[in-house]
Design a protein around this ligand. Structure first.
Ligand code: UDX
Length: 445
């Protein structure tokens, strides 16, 4: 266990709470500060404002070591201060750093050295700008370290406790050492570097993960044209130790709060610096088109979608989270609505009612597929593995499944009486809907 230190956190969002909870778990005293009173009240009452496995238990177990506050002055006693605020994209695609600057404006004046740590994802060069701003305000006893987070939603606690690496970019080595000591008890390679390189590591890692997914999605699209199966192709390619199997699953495209934002931010950063990052432009475009390919797959079997009923199964941008930010489901459902289809949605935790006003959110998979002309798997929730069942087939008006995450076995699905369209796999020929029953649905629409 690490020597107990006082840790302050700006931002009680997802990154701030995972970071705060896990530092408390490591034995540190943590104060989490946010500007939203309802959020602080909820946290004090033991309520987590979002769904994240393991985090409620971690926060509860360490209740005695975590304080939540609205008052930035309470961070004055902290040895290390983490900035964990959002950096959303602006209209131009640059990162909006206003939350970061607000936090810096509220930095308490401490009478001893504090280390300020940037966890939020920021453009390369932010550390230099922050340091200049601190110096201009006479805050010379504040050190600065870039320590980007590599936490994925749904596995945040596990990722924090078992990281692939710790990246520490600092202006002064003693500041990096203070932050490294906070993590003692955690086994991981440490990359000590300068601030700009640490900032770049985060952006490059997310950009490369997105590139891998867009790459395998394009391979999938070609597989469909030439009669190959992307699942076998990805396996065969991924077994090359130089390439590896991770982030190589074809699907309806990547989403979430990080990839879109960080890929755009890196492309924009390059452009602002005089370099046109062509590859990332393609990575983004491929992803946009990938979401929309679902519509063509539906039209292949159903013709015009006006008046058709489509079940959109899974709304969260990935399983084990209720996060809808940049979720492919929103684009797919919105496109379907724009084509004039009726859309019935289902998700075990995400609620999209205010974002998809024209769609009907259903309480169960069976309810969502009732009377549907097709069911589209958008998020690979475990509940959907049994979708090709007799009950579902009987509930649907037409037995067509578009499997946007390749979770079903094509042969079994067809044997169960469905037409099946996956991503990058041999598809059912046009007009192959088995015994398409043109009958009234059992449940009224
Ligand atoms: C990501 C990074 O993994 C994390 O390190 C970073 O700090 C924040 O961004 P997250 O956004 O939580 O984490 O989700 P992640 O699990 O990475 O998935 C992102 C998207 O890619 C999801 O929409 C997922 O469905 C998609 N994906 C992932 C694929 O389409 N194929 C894959 O092989 C992997």
């Amino acid at each position: 266990m690490a020597d107990s230190r006082a840790v302050g956190i700006f931002g009680a969002g997802w990154v701030g709470l995972v970071t705060g909870g896990c530092f408390a778990e490591l034995g540190h005293e943590v104060v989490v500060r946010d500007i939203v009173p309802e959020r602080i009240e909820a946290l004090r009452a033991g309520h987590l404002p979002f769904h994240e496995p393991d985090l409620p238990e971690v926060l509860e177990r360490n209740r005695g070591r975590i304080r939540y506050t609205l008052d930035a002055d309470e961070l004055g006693e902290a040895d290390v201060l983490f900035i964990c605020v959002q950096t959303p994209p602006t209209y131009s695609g640059d990162a909006d750093l206003s939350y970061v600057w607000n936090a810096l404006d509220e930095l308490p004046r401490a009478n001893r050295r504090q280390v300020l740590v940037m966890k939020s994802t920021v453009p390369v060069g932010t550390g230099d700008t922050v340091r200049a701003a601190l110096e201009a305000r006479g805050l010379n006893n504040v050190g600065y370290v870039s320590n980007p987070e590599f936490l994925a939603e749904g596995t945040g606690v596990r990722d924090f406790m078992n990281p692939d690496r710790l990246v520490l970019g600092a202006f002064a080595p003693e500041d990096a050492a203070v932050v490294e000591a906070l993590y003692s008890g955690i086994e991981a390679p440490v990359v000590r570097t300068d601030v700009a390189s640490a900032e770049m590591i985060k952006l490059a890692a997310n950009a490369f993960l997105s590139t891998r997914i867009s790459f395998i999605n394009e391979i999938a699209n070609v597989c469909e044209l030439v009669g190959a199966d992307v699942e076998d192709v990805a396996k065969g390619v991924g077994l090359d130790h130089r390439l590896g199997p991770h982030f190589f699953r074809a699907g309806v495209g990547w989403g979430g709060s990080c990839f879109g934002k960080d890929v755009s931010a890196l492309k924009q950063l390059a452009g602002n610096s005089g370099y046109h990052f062509q590859l990332l432009a393609a990575v983004i475009e491929v992803n946009e088109l990938q979401k929309r390919r679902v519509i063509a797959k539906l039209e292949k079997h159903l013709g015009k979608l006006r008046g058709k009923t489509i079940a959109v199964l899974g709304l969260a941008f990935k399983p084990n989270t209720d996060d809808l930010r940049d979720a492919p489901s929103l684009v797919i459902a919105s496109r379907l609505l724009a084509e004039g289809a009726s859309v019935r949605t289902w998700d075990p935790v995400a609620d999209a009612r205010d974002r998809l006003r024209g769609a009907l959110q259903c309480g169960s998979v069976l309810d969502a597929v009732a009377g549907a002309d097709a069911a589209v798997i958008v998020t690979e929730w475990p509940e959907l593995r049994g979708l090709a069942s007799k009950e579902v087939r009987e509930a649907m008006a037409r037995p067509l499944i578009v499997d946007g995450r390749n979770v079903l076995d094509p042969e079994e699905t067809r044997a169960a009486g469905f037409a099946y369209e996956g991503i990058g796999r041999g598809s059912s020929p046009f007009a192959s809907l088995p015994e398409t029953p043109e009958r009234e649905p059992k449940v009224p629409r």
